[in-house]
Design a protein around this ligand. Structure first.
Ligand code: SF4
Length: 394
């Protein structure tokens, strides 16, 4: 039975069931000889060719090599998290022949290259730019929307001259308030290069906000050293958005890295990519978002998978994403629910997709579908002429 406040006994019992369900502690990671190494040494031991994968994760090597088209890099930390080739972490990291499938799909459906006034800088919205300051990552995700360029040292090299050209563009374009450092992974720059870049950006008077988009927290959390944390703290306001796609990526090492940054006052957000076979499951997403929130990482976006060439095996229909969002609402804290967004092909930008919650509307009178599927009467102005009391109560 629904009251005017829309709170039901069903809701209350559901809430208490969820609150009794504890979040699992971050998992310890087995030491296979790399834990005593620093992040650059771990990175140097990455697998970059199909033939070098351990036997338990071996892929066929007698046909075409995916790595010849889309670079492979799996560092030993992430490699040890993969239990089998087709598990949620293996699917994100291991080369897959389906990446080479022929079809009409574009490598750059979002027209990023056409929206670049200078190389390695994307200017789509007047007040912000995406500055691609690195072509390297600690893990080359098989679903990457920039797989046309990441890891390619020739086509996508970002040298100091290119970074200077980007800085010059930002300095002479006074509408820019917000600079998003992306790539590749900006945190694969060493501390010296990063300090120079952040310092130069902070010298531009109209730049207010710096954002770093980095998968380091889930792909190589050892990069979050005390020195890096101090460096980021000195350039506030600076936001860091990362990418955790599955709860198994939230190890004790990753959790410690998140805590270190949060303790330093760096606001942390997460952009999960919805990936078929990896996380297109309500229980998985619920666990992921709850754990993120407990680590002070705000779930920010759930990205509908991008229709980029070489990623088709990860796609699912928007209806699936809407159903998953509907399954989250009311079951976890609103703080833990990200916006479900789709990046429209053709360079039309991101738009939020919401469950079809509004069933009908007449003036200020709304009928809204609750998370349990019941239809609730709602009046925008309960004291006004359209107050619920004055219209049909069955
Ligand atoms: S870390 Fe980001 S930029 Fe690098 S491959 Fe993964 S998704 Fe792409």
């Amino acid at each position: 039975m629904w009251s005017r406040t829309g709170i039901s006994s069903t809701t209350a019992s559901m809430s208490s069931a969820v609150s009794g369900n504890r979040i699992a502690a971050p998992a310890a990671v087995a030491d296979h000889g790399w834990q005593r190494l620093d992040w650059q040494e771990i990175l140097a031991r990455s697998v970059t060719r199909e033939a070098d994968l351990p036997p338990r994760l071996a892929v066929a090597t007698d046909g075409p090599k995916v790595a010849d088209t889309y670079p492979v890099r799996i560092n030993p930390y992430f490699l040890d998290l993969i239990e089998q080739a087709d598990d949620p972490l293996g699917l994100q990291a291991l080369p897959d022949l389906r990446e080479l499938a022929a079809g009409p799909w574009e490598a750059d459906p979002f027209r990023e290259e056409r929206l670049s006034p200078v190389p390695h800088l994307i200017h789509r919205y007047a007040d912000r730019v995406v500055f691609l300051v690195s072509s390297q990552c600690a893990l080359y995700c098989r679903h990457c929307m920039r797989k046309r360029r990441v890891g390619d040292p020739l086509a996508a090299a970002v040298d100091p001259d290119a970074r200077q050209a980007g800085l010059d563009y930002i300095a002479r374009t006074e509408t820019i308030r917000d600079v998003i450092l992306s790539g590749g992974d900006p945190l694969l720059l060493d501390d010296e290069a990063l300090a120079w870049l952040l310092g130069e950006l902070r010298r531009i008077p109209h730049v207010e906000i710096l954002r770093i988009h980095s998968r380091i927290l889930s792909s190589l959390p050892q990069r979050v050293t005390g020195a890096l944390t101090d460096l980021l703290r000195r350039h506030q306001p600076l936001y860091l958005n990362t990418q955790f796609n599955h709860p198994r990526e939230m190890t004790a090492i990753a959790a410690a890295a998140c805590r270190r940054l949060a303790d330093a006052g760096i606001p942390l957000g997460n952009q999960t990519v919805l990936l078929q076979g990896v996380n297109d499951d309500a229980a998985v997403l619920r666990q992921l978002f709850r754990r993120l929130l407990a680590l002070r990482v705000r779930p920010y976006y759930l990205h509908h998978p991008d229709q980029v060439r070489g990623t088709r095996h990860f796609w699912c229909a928007p209806r699936r994403g809407l159903d998953l969002m509907a399954a989250l609402r009311g079951r976890i804290s609103g703080l833990a629910i990200p916006q479900y967004v789709i990046d429209l092909p053709g360079g039309h930008g991101k738009v939020p997709l919401t469950p079809e919650s509004v069933v009908s509307r007449q003036g200020d009178r709304w009928r809204i579908r609750s998370y349990t599927g019941e239809i609730v009467d709602y009046c925008v102005d309960p004291g006004g002429p359209d107050a619920i009391d004055e219209w049909s109560t069955p």
